[in-house]
Ligand binder design. Structure first.
Ligand code: GRF
Length: 221
């Protein structure tokens, strides 16, 4: 059976917007950093009009450290284990982001809950990617949750970040068909391929003010 087509909504931009100044991104990651790299490559291709000012990571062994170095991006380790509370960690994250003149915060596999300290420092300018079609399957192991529920369509979502985990207005979603013999790994791999396509586009759309709260304004698809 051939793979059913992937649906991306809203569609990827045919003409990527140019902003007055490149968007100044701060990327927060805990894992391998493949979404970071996808964003960096979209910038290099001249699609996403942005610059990655800094990468913040919390796990000294995370692959994102090596990947940032390879991409020539400054990376700052803030190890959550050295902090007494989430709020104090977030204060340091905000300080690093502000020092690097960040205007958009891009959580790309950041595996910590964030607090109002971070969200209030960048109102409406914190995005996250999650490997499910939110609001289904928030939280950990979203792909396993989807398979256990027997869904036939899975996917990924870029959304604005609010205090509740994996909530907030949706910016872009990609719907990925579940195949009969899918394992968590095979499905996650196909979902991640779509994450890499939608995240750069979602950043551009969010910067235009387009998300689930806007109803096809002039700049929105
Ligand atoms: C992604 O699958 C994302 O959906 C989830 O964490 C993963 C990060 O992967 N929140 P990577 O570090 O970007 O490779």
């Amino acid at each position: 059976m051939p793979d059913a087509p992937v649906l991306i909504s809203p569609p990827l931009p045919a003409d990527w917007p140019r902003f007055e100044q490149p968007l100044k991104l701060g990327v927060m990651a805990s894992g391998s950093g493949s979404n970071l790299e996808a964003i960096a490559r979209a910038i290099d291709r001249g699609e996403l009009h942005a610059k990655i000012q800094v990468v913040v990571y919390n796990n000294p062994n995370a692959g994102v450290a090596e990947r940032s170095a390879r991409l020539g991006l400054p990376a700052v380790l803030l190890n959550h284990r050295h902090y007494p509370s989430r709020e104090v960690l977030d204060q340091d994250i905000v300080a690093v982001l502000q020092t690097h003149d960040v205007s958009w915060v891009i959580m790309a596999g950041w595996m910590r809950c964030v607090t109002a300290v971070l969200i209030d420092a960048f109102p409406n300018r914190v995005l996250n990617i999650h490997p499910s079609l939110l609001p289904s399957f928030p939280g950990l192991r979203a792909v396993e949750q989807a398979l256990a529920a027997g869904v036939t369509v899975a996917g990924c979502t870029v959304h604005h970040v609010e205090l509740a985990v994996d909530s907030g207005p949706v910016v872009v979603q990609a719907a990925v068909p579940v195949l009969p013999d899918d394992t968590p790994t095979s499905l996650q791999t196909r979902i991640q391929q779509q994450e890499h396509r939608i995240y750069p586009a979602a950043i551009a759309l969010a910067a235009l003010g387009c998300d689930a709260r806007t109803d096809g304004g002039t700049n929105c698809p």
